[in-house]
Design a binder for this molecule. Sequence first.
Ligand SMILES: [Zn+2]
Length: 152
Amino acid sequence: MDSQTSVPATTWTAELGTLPKRDLWTAMKRGWRCRCPNCGKGKLFRAFLKTADSCSECGQDFTHHRADDLPAYLVIVVVGHIVVPVGLWVETNYAPPIAWQLAAYLPFTLIASLALLQPIKGTVVGLQWALRMHGFDTDTSLDKPAAAAAAE
Ligand SMILES: [Zn+2]
């Protein structure tokens, strides 16, 4: 590599590797509560699944998150691992009419999926923020020392 080659700002460098460590579990818990992963006070969402552009309390930019379809996949995994075993167990042991089973499983699946989607998306955004994924690695102005974040 010659000395004229420029390095994009998002490329890992030794300097970026020494940035203060962000507490993963604190950020994910704050995301689960739909709060800013940085300060835990500002709202993460401006609509059901639309993240705010930035935190109203600390100014953390949320536009860098790339949760994409991961929250939906995780909701399917969690809800599916509840509904399918219960359905199999009920069918094996009691065999109630199909209409009764659908009347129970379909509303439960819908409500559980809607209830979990926002917290799981918040958790994914918190994870991305804590691991400095995507554009979250470059904004260090709001970082607190790791010891202060862990003490909360
Ligand atoms: Zn904040």
